[in-house]
Design a protein around this ligand. Sequence first.
Ligand SMILES: [Zn+2]
Length: 288
Amino acid sequence: MRRFLGPLIVIAVIAGIFLFVANDLLSGGFADEFDELSDRTTDDVLTVLDDDEGFSDVQVFDVLADASLEPQAEGLAAEAWQLWVRLAGEENVAQLVTQYRAGEAPQSSALAYVFQDPGIRQFTLAVNLSAADDEAQLVSTLVHEWSHVLSLEVEQFDESSLEGDVADCATLVLTQGCLTDESYLWQFYDEFWAGYSKHPDVHNDSPVLAEDFFTTHSADFVSEYAATNPLEDFAESVTVFVVANDDDPFADLGDTAALKVEFFEQYPELVDWREHVREVAAVELGLR
Ligand SMILES: [Zn+2]
């Protein structure tokens, strides 16, 4: 989730649930039955999340194989979805995102969230349309959400751990399983979080803990919300890497926060994505 707090501070939370379902079940004759079950489970949980955030008039869309929506969206809901597809790429969205929810939550600080479907192979994107009329903010929010998808998709985890065996995990255990050595989140954590003697844990969503940690280590973070947990720090730092002004991308950042933004230069695919976003959203970002 991404939240808006005050004029400049944006925070975000990701929610995830995980059911262990063997591949052979999915590929066999139970596929339809499983789909119905998982849809129900997911929708129940998502409805609770919507309620928690005061999302009302929630429109629910299925994502089709060409990344279009069923039923068709209209107005701001359609514009936000088209932007998401432009930023993330039609093929990537079709492969990883199964549902889109667009609601109105004028009283909520929540801008958007992504939610992992059971099995973590796919995601739902939800957008608060009440906060979607600021184009630059919407771009950075969707970049933040896509970075969650990239860092939490199934290939980031040891395959054996996806079925619950995390006893030998030498990296970090998340709800989904054990991160691989090469995963974005483990590399990021190992570089920037492992050295703290004490820090909010990977599941922290308390703004109070985040504020405390940020106050103590303000030069380490690109935003207060980034101090919530390593996953949000990753998403917030990627967002600065992708959307920051070319002239002075590290303006106002502390030393370690600037290192975090530079950290992503080592991944050619993230550098390419950055260029892609700045090309397709140049107008929204004020780049031309
Ligand atoms: Zn987030």
